[in-house]
Design a protein. Structure first.
Length: 419
């Protein structure tokens, strides 16, 4: 029963909570610790050369790509419907949220009894919050999620399509569990996780060949391995990271609907493995298809920063400011990059801009206040740095700021700094 919950925790760690905030130039991986290398190789691409000329030509003569027919067969759905759902999800991946809402509202009219508009509306609210790692649209999200549940429960009362409908319900309830866990309401999150697990199992029973379900398995196997390897609190699970990565790669290559999210999940995975070139490769793969996807570009910029490819990082952030000028989180990461480039005045302006927004989570305000203190410290403005570190500690007990205050206290005693 713990399987689905840990998978949900992995989802939250992968992005909904954002990376941890580390000191100075440390990589901000989820665990912050070094892992033994997996030694995994890139999977071989499977192309049409494995098919006979007749088989390949038959595939070319059909109106949709082979993945559509595989998905339709696995889920017992019409190829036309699977194709249209895939087309609609492209709006989401391209960050055309209004387009996605309109598209699926029309699709619901074309296929009554297969509700997707409320599901997609729920995903849009989550996506908007994910772009800033906040809860700004919490009320709208819960209203939409409740409607999606009602719509899917109605669909499940009608025989047929159980694999697809339970898959959607598992996603809706799973996101509720993640969202609730982010609020640190762990018992309700656990209860929701059990409910999501039940729907996932029913989907597997109805559609055992539906490859997209491997996304949850892959994150479960990878992130539970990471967490049990790096802490003694949890019981030993063994090292199933290779299996988890292979499952994510299987969805990336053959997923009917979730290929791009699997690619993003792999980017976070490669970052945790400190495989920076692979992380960049994953981000660039998504960027080529979806250049305006904010979450992917945030990840791309952070990874370039870790590689000290600062100009490339700023280019990724500039893309966000062009496609989503109201995004707040990009200012924080631009500040980090500029600070590491030694461009302290510009970094200061980015952090001040970020802290000036009217809505922010407490941990985000503390982290940005700490970063501003780092900027002042590098400029030898020790009193201003001390004030910022102290403020960050007062906000949330922010541990990096506590360590910095203790270090400043020692240096002051040694007569090396004054404030």
């Amino acid at each position: 029963m713990k399987r689905w919950l840990v998978g949900l925790a992995g989802l939250a760690l992968l992005g909904l909570t954002g990376p941890a905030h580390a000191d100075d130039d440390d990589m901000e991986t989820v665990t912050g610790r070094s892992l033994p290398p997996t030694g995994i190789d890139e999977p071989a691409e499977v192309g049409h050369e494995l098919l006979t000329p007749e088989q390949y030509q038959a595939l070319q003569d059909r109106p949709y790509p082979p993945v559509v027919y595989r998905g339709a067969e696995a889920l017992s759905l019409e190829p036309e419907y699977v194709h249209q759902v895939r087309e609609g999800l492209e709006y989401m991946y391209r960050r055309d949220y209004n387009g996605a809402r309109d598209y699926f509202a029309d699709l619901d009219q074309e296929y009554p009894g297969r509700p997707l508009a409320s599901v997609v509306n729920t995903l849009v609210w989550q996506a908007i919050m994910l772009e800033n790692f906040d809860f700004k649209y919490d009320d709208q999200y819960w209203v939409s999620s409740a409607q999606a549940r009602r719509d899917l429960e109605g669909a499940l009362e009608v025989p047929g399509g159980e694999g697809w409908e339970h898959f959607l319900m598992a996603g809706m309830v799973g996101i509720e569990a993640i969202h609730t866990m982010r609020r640190e309401k762990y018992l309700p999150a656990l209860q929701l996780a059990f409910e999501a697990m039940d729907h996932a199992q029913r989907s597997r029973e109805a559609a055992p060949d539906f490859v997209d379900m491997l996304l949850a398995d892959g994150m479960y196997n990878y992130w539970r391995s990471v967490l049990t390897i790096t802490t003694k609190v949890l019981p030993d699970f063994g090292d199933e990271r290779v299996l988890g990565i292979q499952q994510l790669q299987a969805v990336e290559r053959g997923g009917v609907f979730l290929g791009p999210p699997a690619t993003l999940a792999l980017a976070f995975t490669w970052l945790e493995e400190r495989e920076l070139k692979r992380a960049i490769s994953s981000c660039l793969r998504n960027k080529r298809a979806y250049p305006n996807n904010v979450v992917n570009n945030l990840m791309l910029g952070q990874t370039y920063t870790y590689m000290r490819r600062f100009d490339a990082a700023l280019e990724a952030y500039d893309r966000i400011l062009t496609s989503a000028p109201d995004n707040k989180r990009v200012h924080y990461y631009r500040g980090v990059t500029l600070m590491r480039m030694g461009r302290s005045p510009e970094a200061e302006q980015e952090f001040l801009a970020y802290l000036g927004f009217d809505y922010m989570e407490d941990y985000q305000r503390a982290a940005a206040t700490y970063r501003l203190g780092q900027v002042y410290y590098r400029q030898k403005q020790y009193e201003r740095a001390h004030d910022q570190f102290k403020a960050a500690v007062k906000m949330t007990g922010y541990k990096p700021a506590k360590r910095k205050l203790e270090r400043m206290k020692q240096l002051k005693k040694q007569g090396r700094i004054d404030y």
